[in-house]
Design a protein around this ligand. Structure first.
Ligand code: GAP
Length: 443
């Protein structure tokens, strides 16, 4: 299944309304994806769980929602204008462009290699290609009006550090958190949403006294692992890759890449970096604004150091979809289902009347549906086709439980069947107990 799992997943995402190609009716726009109703709900569920775990449930986090467009000095200060680039190589035969470090046939030392596409041409020496999308703010297009679509959410927090301190007077350690869009003009977008040109990040800039960096790093290391379990990722698919001195960003003193076994191979899912005082120091230098912290107790004054856990939201959605994708045999048929953790499933329960043309069943099913919607929220009503087909449809979108109203419900004992997505096993549950039964199962 692994070789074509990705194609199957992409096809299911389109067919069932999770993710569509961006601008599809115009032939698409490379590196962009549109989330469809079920994909939006899945993504929102993940985003909300992240926010709850890392912001609401903690007392040391401050949420930020900064503008995507920022003063160009921000990106000069951080080094993005000068150095946020990837090595671009061009084939002298087919003229296609590639990211040199991602081409297996290219030797970064000798700066030579064959074109992976046409296999005839030679690839050029790399030139550095800046990945920021440049734009102009206002009616005048000159150097002073240049701005960029932010390539990371992180800087929207660093530039608000002083504002947060002035408004809330937090004591170290504390963190700032933000979820939002980031844009990178990737040379080679690839693997569905994995490497996109427009994507969302969920980032934390956690500020500490430098003496505490190591313990905080360890704390977030375990929190990240805990998070991957919470959203239902298979622990054997998550790896920690300690980045060596030669490969780390120049400002980082320690970085762990959390990698995930995607269907196309093991690749980066999240990053955890000790960014030292690099960002705040640079912003202080470039803005001329004092950004140091005064410890009232020790009278020590210093620029706080930063531990940054950085999560890609779209990559999380892709990892969750990938681990949820299952095939088995049920009633002598191959079945595809998404084994979502209930907390991320876009639809938690589906309610069916056994037969569509029996008003007594439909009415009862509608009453139950309305009650469950009030109590559980994401509940779907489905009376299309036979029950077997409805089960398959719900399996394919990962609905954990299906409730069917049949003649026994009406004529016998006011019970319904509740079918479990993963086993297909059905239980009869009294309608009066249904809400508490389902809530317990979903929790
Ligand atoms: N502030 C640090 C930072 O931006 P990064 O490793 O460049 O670090 C963090 O990005 C996370 O953002 C990655 O681990 C990944 O999950 C996500 N990400 C980065 N580039 C991406 C892209 N082109 N498409 C989708 N997600 C991306």
């Amino acid at each position: 299944m692994t070789e074509n799992k990705m194609e199957k997943l992409i096809s299911l995402c389109k067919r069932r309304g999770f993710i569509y190609q961006g601008s599809e009716i115009y032939g698409g726009l490379s590196g962009t994806w549109d989330y469809a109703p079920l994909g939006v709900t899945l993504k929102n569920n993940i985003r909300n769980l992240w926010w709850k775990k890392f912001v609401t449930d903690r007392e040391d986090m401050y949420g930020v929602d900064a503008a995507i467009l920022m003063n160009q000095r921000v990106w000069q200060a951080t080094g993005h204008v000068g150095g946020f680039s990837d090595p671009l190589v061009t084939c002298d035969n087919c003229k296609k462009r590639f990211r040199a470090d991602k081409v297996e046939t290219y030797d970064m030392k000798t700066k030579k290699g064959k074109c992976p596409d046409c296999a005839k041409g030679n690839l050029s020496e790399p030139v550095q290609f800046n990945m920021m999308f440049k734009t102009n703010v206002g009616a005048v297009q000159d150097d002073a009006s240049i701005s960029y679509l932010r390539p990371e959410t992180a800087q929207g927090m660093f530039v608000n550090y002083k504002n947060i301190v002035d408004s809330f007077h937090p004591k170290l350690p504390f963190g700032m958190a933000q979820v939002g869009k980031a844009f990178r003009n990737e040379i080679a977008p690839r693997d569905f949403t994995f490497r996109s040109r427009e994507f969302e990040q969920m980032e934390i800039e956690y500020l500490v006294n430098p003496k505490d960096w190591s313990a905080t790093f360890e704390h977030f290391r375990t929190e990240i692992i805990d998070w991957t379990k919470q959203i239902g990722l298979n622990p054997t698919h998550v790896y920690e890759n300690e980045i060596g001195d030669e490969d780390r960003a120049f400002y980082s003193k320690r970085t762990i890449d959390f990698e995930f076994e995607f269907p196309f191979g093991r690749s980066e899912l999240y990053g955890l970096a000790y960014r030292t005082d690099y960002d705040l120091k640079k912003h202080s230098e470039f803005s001329g604004v004092e950004l140091s912290y005064l410890d009232e107790e020790t009278k020590e004054k210093f620029i706080p150091h930063c531990i940054e856990p950085s999560f890609g939201l779209d990559r999380t959605v892709l990892a969750v979809l990938s681990d949820a994708y299952m095939e088995d045999t049920m009633s002598d048929e191959t079945r595809v289902y998404l084994k979502f953790a209930p907390s991320v499933a876009p639809v938690k329960v589906a309610v069916f009347p056994l037969l569509k043309n029996k008003p007594v069943l439909v009415e009862k099913a509608e009453t139950i549906y309305k009650e469950l919607r009030k109590e559980i929220g994401a509940v779907m009503f489905d009376d299309n086709g036979n029950v077997g087909k409805r089960y398959r449809r719900q399996d394919e979108i990962g609905t954990p439980y299906c409730v069917t109203v049949d003649f026994d419900t009406i004529e016998k004992d006011d019970t319904v069947t509740v079918r479990d997505r993963d086993t297909g096993v059905q239980a009869r549950v009294a309608v009066k107990d249904l809400v508490s039964y389902l809530k317990a199962k979903l929790s």
